[in-house]
Design a protein around this ligand. Structure first.
Ligand code: CTP
Length: 402
């Protein structure tokens, strides 16, 4: 299932966790990847040239000014199927975010158009610094992948976010990215995400915990597979994705209007949004005093998916069912009933008891299809789930009567 014989540039920047990339390199080789390591000058203080040469079995270029006649930065950029920067320091992300190219690795990155994945590892303060976070946002908005660092014990002895993630997480991200084919070229994908908010008064609203990450991961994956993507996002704190038309909405009714206006031209509709089931019957234009807040009269919001299904021609419809059932069997039954009731072709069921999954990069659950198939999704990145869902959608688009 993993792509073999793919050329990867492994950029190593100057952090203590550079030694962990030795294990990563081995894991990637086991999967059949061919690795060219490009260490930055400062990273050689942590892991030396000979180690990289011995492990990769290849020459390790470090300088822009060696073999100039071969124009090495362009040759390396052309040869790569993906560039993985692990560990990625705050410095290298800042350089790439601003387009600085002052060594071989940054020149290769600037000259390349292939998927670029950063694996940040640094002390918490450096990761959480607003300059680093702004650079991460900028890199993501350009379609580059920045894996969230793990939390735990750091080199200084402190505990916090900033640890080099488990190699399997990095391998997962890389293989998912490379599996992306242009199988959605010419297709139009409409995605809803986030959580709608229904105002009670100028300061309060009825809302939910959805971060919108799953919908953004779907949009990333769909656009990488060549689709034309419209994302209707409710109250998400995530930067827009380059190449994705993002419509920002607040309420369920606004979301419904935006989805309806894009529905007819869509081939695929994915409802990842958490829609508030009710809204206050009246909006109080002034803040309600707490003494008067014993009850809030509400009216039901429309079931957007059900309404869209009624107008369906050939659209493939995908829904999400976040349940807090007593048992897994009960959760699956509820998700299956929702799929039928809402006219969906696929539904992703996940157990959200105790707030699990919201706001995380990871998810676990089961994909159910209207034709009775089930696919387990054991814990993995939301972007990996996104690609699994899109694989099934592509099958459905190719064989609509199956
Ligand atoms: N959904 C929708 N319109 C609503 C509520 C939900 O389109 N008013 C969609 C969601 O985007 C999701 C699916 O329906 O794809 C299931 O959402 P969920 O909140 O689990 O289901 P509900 O119908 O709200 O049922 P309940 O809250 O009773 O579990």
């Amino acid at each position: 299932m993993y792509p073999r014989g793919r050329e990867i540039v492994l950029g190593v920047s100057g952090g203590i966790s550079a030694y962990k990339s030795c294990d990563l390199l081995r894991r990637l080789q086991d999967l059949g990847f061919l690795i060219t390591v490009i260490p930055t000058r400062s990273s050689l203080n942590f892991v030396g040239l000979s180690t990289w040469e011995a492990l990769s079995g290849r020459p390790v270029p470090t300088e822009l000014w060696n073999n100039v006649h071969q124009v090495p930065h362009i040759a390396l950029a052309k040869q790569a199927d993906a560039i993985l920067v692990a560990p990625a320091t705050a410095d290298i992300m800042a350089k790439v975010a601003t387009g600085i190219a002052d060594d071989l690795l940054t020149n290769v990155i600037l000259a390349s158009t292939v998927p670029l994945i950063f694996v940040p590892a640094m002390h918490s303060e450096m990761w959480l610094n607003s300059a680093t976070q702004a650079n991460v946002q900028l890199l993501r908005s350009r379609g580059h992948l920045v894996i969230e660092p793990d939390s735990g014990k750091l080199t200084s002895g402190d505990v916090g976010v900033g640890r080099y993630p488990d190699s399997s997480k990095i391998v997962d991200c890389l293989t998912t990215t490379l599996q992306s084919r242009a199988d959605l070229r010419g297709r139009s994908v409409l995605i809803s995400t986030g959580g709608t908010r229904e105002a009670i008064d100028p300061v309060r609203f009825i809302g939910n915990n959805s971060s919108g990450r799953q919908g953004y991961a779907l949009a990333y994956a769909a656009v990488a597979r060549g689709a034309q993507v419209t994302l209707v996002a409710a109250n998400c704190e995530i930067a827009d994705i380059e190449g994705v038309k993002t419509v920002h909405v607040t309420t369920a009714l606004e979301m419904q209007a935006a989805l309806e206006s894009h529905f007819e031209s869509a081939d695929v509709v994915i409802m990842a949004a958490a829609v508030a089931d009710v809204r206050p019957s009246v909006f109080n234009s002034t803040k309600i005093a707490k003494e008067d807040l014993s009850a809030i009269p509400v009216v039901k919001n429309p079931d957007i998916t059900k309404e869209l299904s009624r107008r369906k021609s050939s659209q493939i419809m995908v829904g999400f069912a976040a349940q807090t059932a007593e048992s897994r069997a009960e959760g699956l039954a509820l998700a299956s009933a929702k799929m039928k009731d809402k006219g969906l072709d696929l539904v992703y069921f996940n157990d959200v008891s105790g707030g699990a999954i919201f706001g995380s990069d990871k998810t676990a659950g089961v994909i159910l299809t209207a034709t009775g198939d089930t696919y387990e999704f054991n814990s993995g990145l939301k972007v990996t789930l996104a690609n699994r869902i899109l694989d099934l959608v592509c099958d459905k688009l190719s064989y609509p009567n199956d």
